[in-house]
Ligand binder design. Sequence first.
Ligand SMILES: [Zn+2]
Length: 101
Amino acid sequence: MERFYTAHNRFDAYLVLHRLQQAGIAAHIFNEHMSSIVGEVPPDVAQPQVWLEDRRDRPRAEAALAALRFDRAQTGSVFCRACKEENPASFELCWHCGANL
Ligand SMILES: [Zn+2]
C-alpha cells in the first residue's frame, strides 16, 4: 500500500478512486469520515486519502489523475437530485447514492 493522493474532501477522494478503478488500478480511501475532527489533527492526516494497493501502479495512477483534472476543467459538475452531492457532469450515476443524474 502506498499513499497516492490527499483529497480536499470526500467528493474529491471518490472522483480519484473512481477514475483509478476505471483504469483497472486497485485503490482504497482512508480517513473518509475524519472531517469531524479537523482542527484537532494536522489537515493532511484528517483529509481523505487515496492509497494504491500496488505501488507499481503509481505511473498509471498519475496519468489517470492528470486525465481526471483535465476532464473536470472541461465538463464541470452537476448536483444529485436525491442526495445533493456534487458529481462530475460526465457521471451517469451519483457516486454517493447511486441515483440517476
Ligand atoms: Zn446522490
